[in-house]
Design a protein around this ligand. Sequence first.
Ligand SMILES: C[S@@+](CC[C@H](N)C(=O)[O-])C[C@H]1O[C@@H](n2cnc3c(N)ncnc32)[C@H](O)[C@@H]1O
Ligand code: SF4
Length: 430
Amino acid sequence: MNIYIHIPFCHQKCHYCYYYSFVPGRDKIADEYLFYLGKEFYLKSKKYKLKDVDSIETVYIGGGTPNYFSDEQFESFFLILKKYLKLEFVKEFVIELNPAACSASQLGILKKHGVTRLSFGIQTLNTEILSEINRHYHDNPAEIIQLAGKMGFIINLDFMLGLPGQKIKDAQDAVQFVKKIKPQSSFWCELRCGTRQITKFTNIPSHEETVKMYELIKRNLARVGYRQIIPEYFTSKKMMPLYLENWWTSGQSLGFGLSAFSKMENVFSKNTDNFEEYADFLKKGKLPVRYVYKLSKEDEALVCLMSELKKGFADLAEIKKEFNVDLAKKLKKEIEQLIFMGLIEFKDSKIVFTDKGYTISSPVSNLLLNNSQYLVKIMDTAFNFIDNMPNLEEFIRKHFFIIDEGTDGKIVFTSPDKKSVGILEKYVKK
Ligand SMILES: C[S@@+](CC[C@H](N)C(=O)[O-])C[C@H]1O[C@@H](n2cnc3c(N)ncnc32)[C@H](O)[C@@H]1O
Ligand code: SF4
């Protein structure tokens, strides 16, 4: 099983970021959050017998900016984890960090508590762009990252391509930075225009310009020994980190904190993203879950297809064997269309991206699944937090059958084929 813990605080909200996070408007909110996080651990550890489970393979602390926490708050946070999880059995322990907020003493605390992998968000080294996009940044992030490397952490660096005003020179500078730091891996994500603020920028590079930056990065990283595992991800060893491998394959994942999502067996659920509601639920001894969706076999086959495609190819015969769902038949029209567009090939029941398709594999996967079902859209809406996506409730009302709607704000709905069932619980302030 994999554990995900969401820390929703940031020092500034980057204009492009659609992940659930906010700049705290008052003191002590992080202390309160830790208090309720402890309660959620208490409830879930009883329900899932977490202390008995020595199969917790990975723990991922994401955000927001987990290192918004002060040193004292980090210590309280690890006390909670140690109380409810057997951390000594965890194979990979990851945390996302903004280098601008990272200190040597913070790194010491992370080391002491067994964190193995640090994922630093760089995005770009161009400080003009960083201030334009309202990011909390440091002029010289190298120093603290090099210190982390010396302390024996596995280092990942996150970059973004296609930021407003970004030019090929910025991509060259980013490559130089990677050569200097020598992280074990780096992630290069094309900007997804998921917020209203970012769509107002008129100087966002075109997709073609972004692809040019990406090609430059790919060529240069290959020269210094980095291998590409998935389109966005380059490592010094041909190995996928375990947490990614697990999320995309076996996928038992238990989420904690505001907006965190879980997938246990064939049930997806998502925590509320309203702090007041989160606290209310937990005060009453209830799990802070806002939204539950039970996958049908067909949904599961499609989720499996999406995960497999992240790795570059998918074998539809294997998926049929596992779920008894014939996706080759179901997606025939979409597959033919993408072959015609030169984006995929289909051989011996395997879908493989062409070179052209591989660089844009994410939108190609969405096209493949687009017409056939609602699951992907509902997951995008519910789980990816994109704030210019249609409202989840509106979406459900339009595309699903409502089978029950209570005065308590609970909506029970089913997919058009009536095989998947979901519950959306609206927050009704009492
Ligand atoms: C949610 S952040 C958490 C880490 C930390 N707060 C930071 O920014 O350094 C994780 C990563 O999501 C990516 N990200 C956020 N918004 C994005 C967007 N609109 N398009 C593409 N990637 C995005 C960035 O690369 C970022 O490093
Ligand atoms: S990218 Fe990171 S620092 Fe920026 S708002 Fe999102 S979570 Fe916060």
